[in-house]
Design a protein around this ligand. Structure first.
Ligand code: MRU
Length: 364
């Protein structure tokens, strides 16, 4: 995607041949900053503290973390230590574990002296594959947007509601939920996006809105609680969200608040789609509510809000009494029965064990 006319991915190798550069998402939309990650500890901090975030990008960043660890010390012990460190950074997005497993399986059989080069090549391959997966998701999702557009009155946009940031910034390029939106724009279909602000970290207000602006996509920022009202009044034609982990039975874990949007969509017969690359499917779990670990983040993310003050400084302000404790579950699970379809790189699957098996027969 382009930022001020220049094409960027969210992560790329540094010219020194071993570090990686990332867009440090903590400062958006106010400042566009690029930082260099030099050690596996830097990479762990960047994932844990959400300098990078979004399930696919977390996976790719972890893969580069392994490569950096192999550059420093290619021993078996170093590989194990790096995997353990990175795996503990964020518990819900399954792409993290997936990428670490792919890296281990690739590097383990190699002699230590060959591991660093192989690790950078494999991480780059995972990054390129992410871009290809998202572009296929975009093409498959475009068919749904096109179908809805055909039913609209001439000149009326397709109104799409999205939650959190499942855009370019959450992946390497294109995004998952945003890929069909960008492709619809390219195809000349009029779209308009309702962007949930997504408390507590405001990924919608700070990241999705920024991305859509950079790309010239018409959009409106709304508070998280507005979605149900808009759906009741026919203002939303479809919902598209991303996911951090989808089970073999089609339950969808995504940013906290997604479930409430799915309930409102179901009650108002608004189609609710989830866009996901296959590495986000956890074939080892079936019941999302009982089996997916939900990350509990620091309550300060609820009690404080970050913004730019009138002096132009980016700062945190407290919005609740100091004495009030806060709870901060970061994700929730939307049961498969509330999901209209799973937009994957292979096509649109029914959110069920049978639907996923039919789309990915090699997994049965
Ligand atoms: O806590 P975050 O910002 O990492 O959560 C991100 C999301 O919930 C996204 O919707 C999900 O990772 C899908 S990204 C394509």
């Amino acid at each position: 995607m382009k930022v001020a006319g220049r094409h960027y991915r969210t992560i790329w190798p540094h010219e020194d041949g071993h570090s990686v550069e990332i867009i440090d998402q903590r400062w958006l939309p106010h400042e566009f900053r690029v930082v260099t990650l030099k050690t596996v500890e830097d990479v762990a901090t960047a994932i844990r503290d959400m300098w990078v975030r979004g399930a696919p990008l977390i996976g790719v960043t972890a893969a580069y973390g392994i490569a950096i660890a192999m550059h420093a010390d290619p021993s078996e012990a170093s590989l194990d230590k790096a995997r353990t460190l990175l795996n503990a950074t964020r518990p819900t997005a399954v792409n993290l574990r997936w990428a670490l497993d792919v890296m281990r399986d690739h590097l383990h059989p190699l002699a230590p002296e060959n591991r660093a080069k192989a690790a950078y090549e494999k991480a780059a391959q995972i990054a390129d594959e992410d871009v290809a997966l998202n572009s296929s998701i975009g093409r498959n999702g475009l068919a749904v947007v096109r179908e809805i557009a055909a039913r609209k009155k001439p000149g009326e946009p397709v109104n799409i509601l999205t939650h959190c940031n499942a855009g370019w910034l959450a992946t390497v390029d294109y995004g998952t939920a945003t890929a069909p939106i960008y492709m619809a724009m390219e195809a000349g279909i009029k779209v308009h996006v309702y962007v949930d602000e997504t408390r507590p970290r405001n990924q919608g207000a700070q990241l999705t809105a920024w991305e859509l602006n950079e790309h010239g996509v018409p959009h409106t920022l709304i508070v998280d609680n507005a979605g149900g009202h808009l759906m009741q009044h026919g203002a939303v034609d479809m919902v598209i969200v991303g996911t951090d982990r989808t089970t073999a039975d089609g339950d969808v874990c995504n940013k906290i608040g997604t479930y409430l949007k799915a309930l409102a969509a179901h009650d108002n017969r608004v189609p609710f789609y989830v866009a996901l690359p296959s590495p986000t499917i956890d074939w080892t779990v079936r019941d999302g509510i009982r089996e997916i670990p939900i990350e509990e983040r620091n309550g300060d993310e609820v009690s404080f809000v970050q913004g730019r003050n009138e002096k132009g400084d980016i700062s945190l302000v407290r919005i609740s009494p100091e004495a009030s404790p806060s709870a901060n579950p970061a994700f929730d699970v939307t049961p498969a029965r509330l999901v209209t379809g799973l937009i994957t790189e292979r096509g649109i699957a029914e959110a069920s064990a049978a639907g996923l098996k039919a789309m990915f027969p090699e997994r049965s």
